[in-house]
Design a protein around this ligand. Sequence first.
Ligand SMILES: Cc1ncc(COP(=O)(O)O)c(C=O)c1O
Length: 401
Amino acid sequence: MSSTRSPYQLSDLFTARTRTLIPPLFGAVTTAGPELISLEYGLADPTCFPRDDLLAATATVLAEDIESLNYAPTSMDLVAQILARLQAQGIAAERDTLLVGYGSSQILGLLPGLLVEPGDVVLIEGPSFLGAVHQFATAGARLITIPTDADGIDVEALEAMLIELQREGIRPRFVYTIPTFHNPTGATLSLERRKKLVALGAAYGVLIVEDDAYVDLRFEGAPLPSLAALDSEGWVIRVGTFSKILAPGLRVGWAHAHPDIRGRLAMLKAEGSTGSFLTQLVARYCADGRLERHIEALNVHYRRKRDVMLAAIDREFPEDVQVTRPAGGFFVWCKLPPDISATDLLPYAEARGVTFLPGTSCFADGQGDDGIRLAFSYQPAEKIATGITLLGAAMRDLREK
Ligand SMILES: Cc1ncc(COP(=O)(O)O)c(C=O)c1O
């Protein structure tokens, strides 16, 4: 390179929509240090990764199909396994409705390319999984937040917003929802609201993007029908992942959608297939009922950690902190009393040796300072209990300051 200084700035080449980007979540993940217990991120518990079975599956795939390391198609065995799981849930999934991707994040990131022109309205839940929401925002979507409560998205508020937008001549592109064991609230959408949500999608011609990342991590109670199972017209796009039930590092997720949507999403996916080796590995691992047995074991494990967290919260937090009691998933959500703000609490918590996700990181519109998300997925039970004790102490520190 010559030593002449260029008169140009690199950053002048960046698009307007990338100038306001925030750093990616997982570049900055802190799991724990000797001095800090992180309850911040929903990482999988590494003690649950099925190392031996994955090693055996890796050896088999490489022995039987070395071409899996080439540019090669997605494993049709995996496609068949995902279809069988979806069909068992009453979803009319077929080969032409299923797209496998590098994690559900990839598929959520493809959606705006198909559906969103800059300025188009996308409806999101407040709070929500900002990893997905951020991808919609980056595409230039105008985000409108719909409130949620203990039963999930407020469908009455959603309907009111749809009516208002219709009056203005605006047709939102989609509603992004996490109906089961929500990230971050842990809430599960009631059956009544599920039916209403699907009906609203059809009535207003708005797609419903159902992100069911946590649906299999059910610790108690009977499963509810997925939105996709309630939809007969193709207004629901259902997104799923192996990240929570096997390993996020494998990066395998999928979408079930109307064939017209699925086909176009596949065309947007520049690399065509999704890793032949990876998808064969996952298919080989999952065969013979192994995945279902693994999920059962995960549910016993994560349920215990949830219980440890909830018991510690009951013991250690001030009584006026309201806590959700999720029946599955990775997260507990706490609503703080008016004199404790999440952002004020964070430095006190870190000084005590614990960290959490402030609710403001879960809203796209600045709300959420009255909430915190606590992940029970990653830390061992003893550290969860210690972390909650420290957080309770930090709340008292803040009150007494
Ligand atoms: C609701 C939700 N959807 C999607 C994802 C991302 O999953 P994947 O690893 O499949 O990209 C997460 C991960 O935290 C999540 O919480």
